[in-house]
Design a protein around this ligand. Structure first.
Ligand code: BGP
Length: 457
């Protein structure tokens, strides 16, 4: 039996835009997703937009019972900025009533909520002013964070500022998967810097408001493994780790941007505009804990035809198709559970054993209905195996002293996922959109309950 540390968090995560629904109702204003869907529905898998979620806005009371049914002791979701502050300034009272009641129901179910502030859902009024390209977004976000801490601080023990800032930045300014879908490396760095400052000023607001509890940030972790020990491949690995991982991890935990990253950016003429006091604000506002989302690693090699100055991250590190890689046949992503152990050791050795938890890990499966038995239950043994393999490595890391306090899967109920709609299912519950949002427990939910109750397996 593998027993995890006392008070270990067994949870699952979702986000406001992917689960609430009512995306243009109850005085919520539009986000970039609402806007994009209205104007380009064909971009979205099967024309499913942000209205097509599991409708937690109406169903949270019964869903909190479901949290109990699968033995959760922890659950992450986010607040919708555009719902709480539809114009960025005035509080929407209906949103306050909704979130307070939702959080109280989560607590009444014996589940600790972890509340995140930004999960890719930029309000449209702010996007029209440039979104994260504009320094104004830093102040706007700090105001929103302060408002949330004041309104809900008595209920929440753990807060996080952003979910996967790097994904949002890359998708919006490099690879076209999030609005505004432009390709501009220089803007990417500026947008990244403003996002970092927004995070730091939100932490500052938290320290000033002094609600109970602690504050962190959720980062996607894609540890880079180099093709070979050759210097050029190792340099590519170093560049990838700097840009995709340390760019947020180091300022959040250590209070500084790595010098090597500053130099790399400078060399390629990508240095962003900054304010003189930024360095001090970063230094003074580190987090209390870190959440790391892990799905798959990066396999890298030296760039094949690098341009100078770099026009794209691929000029600094190129993807490498590792011949031994094991692929999730239902989603196409690499499965490499050992990376969780490597990350655990990295947090121990390079970040002074900083407290962290796995804030997302999960297996997406297309056309999952093919695994449904006659009683209507998805027999997702592949997902149970996936979680177990990752937990085995996490356990090993904890045994060797890594300060990991929890494991969250992605996700609770199958959720809408950006341009992918419902292509890939991840939930402990299957969602039937065309059947009054019916939720059907999957086999993995029963397994997770046992693990949580026994604090191990
Ligand atoms: C993570 C995001 C989630 C979710 C998940 C699955 O990066 O934090 O919001 O979307 O990925 O992604 P997908 O549905 O594209 O497989």
């Amino acid at each position: 039996m593998k027993t995890f540390p006392k008070n270990f968090l067994w949870g699952t995560a979702t986000s406001a835009p992917q689960s609430e629904g009512h995306s243009l109702q109850n005085d919520k204003s539009a986000t970039t997703w609402d806007y994009w869907f209205q104007n380009n529905p064909e971009k979205f898998h099967e024309n499913q937009g942000p209205e097509h979620t599991s409708n937690i806005y109406e169903m949270y009371q019964e869903d909190c019972q479901r949290m109990k049914e699968i033995g959760l002791n922890s659950f992450r979701t986010s607040i919708s900025w555009a719902r709480l502050l539809p114009d960025g300034k005035h509080v929407n009272q209906e949103a306050v009533t909704f979130y307070r009641d939702y959080f109280e129901h989560i607590l009444a179910a014996g589940v600790q909520p972890i509340i995140n502030l930004f999960h890719f859902d930029m309000p449209m009024w702010l996007m029209e002013k440039g979104g994260w390209e504009s320094r104004e977004a830093v102040d706007a976000f700090a105001f929103y964070a302060k408002t949330a801490f004041e309104l809900f601080g008595d209920l929440i023990d753990q807060w996080t500022t952003f979910n996967e800032p790097i994904v949002h930045i890359e998708c919006g300014y490099l690879n076209g998967a999030h609005y505004p879908a432009v390709h501009d490396f220089k803007k990417t760095v500026q947008v990244g810097y403003h996002t970092l400052m927004a995070h730091v000023y939100a932490v500052k607001a938290f320290r000033e408001v002094k609600p109970k509890g602690s504050i962190g940030i959720i980062l996607n972790i894609t540890p880079a493994y180099a093709r070979s020990a050759e210097q050029a491949d190792q340099k590519a690995k170093e560049n990838a780790d700097l840009l995709t991982m340390k760019s947020f991890l180091d300022p959040a935990v250590k209070g500084l941007i790595p010098q090597a990253l500053v130099q790399l950016i400078k060399k390629h003429g990508l240095t962003p505009e900054t304010n003189a006091s930024d360095k001090d604000v970063i230094k003074e506002n580190t987090v209390d804990f870190i959440g790391l989302n892990y799905y798959q690693p990066l396999r890298v090699q030296a760039p094949v035809h690098p341009r100078f100055p770099a026009q794209d991250p691929e000029d600094l590190y190129a993807p490498y198709d590792w011949p031994e890689k094991r692929i999730n046949p239902y989603r196409g992503w690499e499965i490499y559970p050992k990376a969780i152990y490597d990350v655990a050791m990295m947090m121990k050795n390079e970040y002074d054993n900083f407290p962290w938890y796995v804030s997302e890990n999960g297996m997406g499966v297309a056309n999952e209905e093919r695994f449904m038995n006659e009683q209507g239950m998805i027999q997702d043994d592949y997902r149970i195996d996936f979680m177990k393999e990752h937990l085995d490595y996490l356990y090993q890391g904890i045994q060797e002293g890594s300060n990991c306090f929890g494991y969250h899967t992605w996700t609770f109920i199958d959720c809408w996922s950006w341009l992918n709609g419902y292509r890939n299912r991840y939930g402990f519950y299957r969602l039937e959109l065309d059947n009054h949002f019916k939720r059907r427990l999957k086999k993995s939910g029963l397994w997770y309950k046992e693990v949580s109750q026994n604090n191990g397996y």
